[in-house]
Design a protein around this ligand. Structure first.
Ligand SMILES: CC(C)(COP(=O)(O)OP(=O)(O)OC[C@H]1O[C@@H](n2cnc3c(N)ncnc32)[C@H](O)[C@@H]1OP(=O)(O)O)[C@@H](O)C(=O)NCCC(=O)NCCS
Length: 164
């Protein structure tokens, strides 16, 4: 008797299985976020390009996302390793967003996915603001793909907003 393998299924079993998941931050993620945040490519696109010591970062994160319950931080697990974060910090009734992916994982559409799912997790009725440096094309693309609109531009940044 002939046995017919479905080619795609057969090939699928040989491929590495990739599991991506966006979830709420836990205190265990703080050090990994610090590693991603201190990467030079993330710092050069940040408002504060200084390298931050781990103890200062840990205290800041605990205050911001665990003691204060107004702010949100989601992380992206890729095969059980945190490779990105998306933060929403409440200021004057609006959320300021900040997103980063581990440089080793750039260009795999993971920034776009993390942003999309994080916005969904925020729920409806929120105003979200983003500040993007003029040359930061990858960032501008993911925000525009997720329906953010530029409402202002100066000699340094684009300013974008989205109401969910
Ligand atoms: C912004 C960031 C999260 C994007 O993550 P990413 O997973 O690499 O993005 P994607 O793979 O979804 O790519 C987005 C788009 O940018 C393009 N792109 C990626 N790197 C690029 C580069 N260096 N120059 C131009 N375009 C680039 C991709 O081709 C893709 O375009 P497409 O949608 O037309 O195919 C990531 O680059 C990052 O962490 N940057 C440092 C932190 C930062 O700048 N944060 C934003 C300020 S809050």
């Amino acid at each position: 008797m002939d046995i017919n393998f479905n080619k795609n299924e057969f090939e699928g079993t040989r491929k590495e299985r990739v599991v991506e998941k966006v979830r709420n931050i836990t205190e265990k993620d703080i050090k990994r976020i610090w590693e991603i945040r201190n990467n030079p490519s993330v710092r050069e696109n940040s408002n504060n390009p200084e390298e931050i010591p781990l103890d200062k970062h840990t205290e800041w994160m605990k205050n911001k996302y665990f003691i204060n319950t107004d702010n949100y931080c989601f992380v992206l697990d890729f095969n059980d390793r945190v490779i990105g974060y998306c933060r929403f910090d409440l200021q004057n009734g609006k959320y300021i967003i900040s997103i980063a992916i581990d440089q080793d994982f750039y260009g795999m559409s993971l920034g776009d996915k993390l942003l999309k799912i994080s916005i969904k997790k925020m729920g409806l009725g929120e105003e979200i603001l983003a500040e993007i440096q003029l040359g930061n094309i990858a960032s501008l693309k993911i925000f525009q793909k997720n329906n953010f609109k530029i409402y202002r531009q100066d000699d340094k940044n684009y300013y974008l907003s989205l109401t969910t």
